[in-house]
Design a protein around this ligand. Structure first.
Ligand code: UN1
Length: 497
């Protein structure tokens, strides 16, 4: 959660987190800082980050462009070695980084700790990627020709990341960008600015040469725009809202820059009568409520066959009533606050809309104002039953702990309704029927499909991304990342002997 503060206020504060430009830690030239506030206790200031100016963004891009000339000459194996060191350092600092992120954006410490370790695993994966193939030999019509492809870096990449995975998402963009030989200017979300500073420090300590990774904190309007519009950046990778994604894409197209967007989701679960209902109920509630529902892969709709509808509702209730809401630094808490006042207002307004449009409020629905909650941005885990696909809560991404339960006649009805959305990130089917499982794999309109699994989650080696309006079509992570972060160079080498 972020507020603006002036130079005078900031000068009194010791803990000020700077921008990282050309290998130097630089204070904001015009003295503007962002105040990071704990969403579990908004009276608690976590620290201040320096907001970069347009001029500082320009310097960062210039430095990245300069560093690119050297960095691309280093072997991919050598670049990977730096990532491997960064993985070890990140792991060693996981306690502090996880705690910082919990205070800054509210995600439970235990979830954050897992995420930091996931960041280390992604770094290790891409460290090895420096040893894998970077091209293919092709047959040529002329037998004197050796025809082959190389994968070459693009140049300076603009990396723009959200607050909900303040460690893993930046790393799964930055690590492949770097190992394939690009340099980076990174603008994290303002809600995760201090965590970003700590990650940039990890890369610095790992021995990354000056200018290869630059960090510019600040707003999307000023810093993000300056970065995307800068003529020396070659590509933009962005995870965030559909609205911002669309704006970035049109700017990228106007300048013929490559772009990669990972946007929203409205991920469905389908539960059939032959399924393991205990497992389905457990993973549906986890999918919806983990990280307080603030994942683009969160479960937000569940389609349940009429024959088991009442029984499944009971099982959902058994699971959701176990959830304890509170400050994520407290180990007994199982759901933290939403990340900011803005999120709080959005989520509570969707709950209101659900009630107004006639959905049955089965569980939760309230904001938690009790003094125990310190005025923090806490919302109860919320389940609506008797939802129809036309209702707003079944159509729009809420990005909060709200689940819509929808009764369907049978599998075919469920599939039609699950696909009836502009989004296409992930979908999950619970069944023991092989035919229906394969049919769902074939016909659900998503980038990631689960059978008897939760809608969220990602492994570093597997492609991540969506269809329809959830993504620009490229994939992140695994070797799929190479498609975005490199360009083909086709080589024809002719000999005469
Ligand atoms: C996960 O489900 O663990 O912003 C990863 C998001 C996604 C990442 C989800 N891009 O929520």
């Amino acid at each position: 959660m972020v507020e603006k503060s002036t130079k005078e206020v900031r000068r009194k504060i010791v803990d000020n987190y700077l921008n990282f430009i050309g290998g130097e830690w630089i204070d904001s030239k015009d003295g503007i800082t962002n105040t990071q506030v704990n969403p579990a206790n908004p009276s608690q200031i976590v620290g201040y980050t320096a907001a970069a100016t347009v001029e500082e963004v320009d310097t960062a891009v210039q430095q990245a462009k300069l560093a690119f000339q050297q960095w691309k000459q280093l072997s991919p194996v050598g670049r990977g070695e730096i990532l491997r060191k960064a993985a070890d350092l990140l792991e060693a600092q996981s306690q502090d980084i996880a705690e910082t992120a919990t205070k800054e954006m509210g995600k439970r410490f235990i979830e954050m700790k897992g995420e930091v370790l996931r960041g280390a695993a992604i770094l290790r994966y891409y460290a090895q990627e420096g040893m894998r193939k970077l091209g293919e030999v092709l047959p040529s019509a002329n037998n004197q020709n050796t025809l082959y492809t190389l994968r070459v870096p693009l140049g300076v990449i603009s990396v723009i990341t959200p607050w909900n995975f303040p460690v893993a998402i930046p790393i799964w963009k930055i690590a492949p960008a770097l190992v394939y030989g690009n340099t980076v200017v990174w603008k994290p979300s303002m809600e995760a600015g201090i965590t970003a500073v700590k990650i940039a420090k990890v890369f610095e300590q790992a021995g990354l040469p000056a200018g290869v990774l630059n960090l510019v904190n600040g707003s999307g309007e000023i810093v993000g725009n300056a970065l995307v519009e800068h003529p020396l950046t070659s590509a933009i990778t962005f995870t965030g809202s559909n609205r911002v994604g669309r704006e970035l894409a049109s700017k990228a197209v106007a300048q013929n820059k490559k772009y990669q967007l990972e946007l929203g989701g409205k991920n469905p679960v389908v539960v059939l009568e032959d399924a393991d209902l205990d497992l389905a109920a457990k993973l549906t509630v986890e999918g919806a409520m983990k990280q307080t529902g603030q994942r683009c892969t969160a479960t937000s709709r569940v389609y349940v066959e009429a024959s088991i509808y009442d029984m499944f509702i009971e099982k959902l209730l058994e699971n959701v009533t176990q959830i304890k809401v509170g400050d994520g630094l407290d180990g007994s808490v199982t759901m933290g606050p939403v990340a900011s006042k803005k999120q709080f207002e959005t989520v509570t307004s969707y709950i209101q809309k659900g009630i107004e449009e006639g959905a049955e409020l089965l569980y939760g629905g309230n904001a938690l104002y009790d003094p125990v909650y310190n005025g923090g941005y806490f919302v109860e885990p919320t389940i609506f039953a008797s939802v129809t696909n036309e209702m707003t809560i079944a159509r729009e991404e809420i990005f909060g702990p709200v689940l819509a339960v929808i009764k369907v006649a049978d599998y075919a009805d469920a599939l039609t309704q699950a696909n009836d959305t502009i989004y296409g990130l992930s979908a999950s089917l619970f069944t023991t029927n092989l035919n229906k499982a394969f049919d769902f794999i074939k016909n659900s309109e998503v980038g990631m499909v689960q059978i008897n699994g939760e809608t969220g989650g990602a492994e570093p080696q597997a492609p991540f991304g969506g269809m329809k309006e959830s993504s620009s079509g490229t994939r992140e992570q695994g070797q799929a990342a190479m498609e975005f972060f490199t360009a083909y160079k086709t080589v024809s080498l002719t000999t005469s002997l």
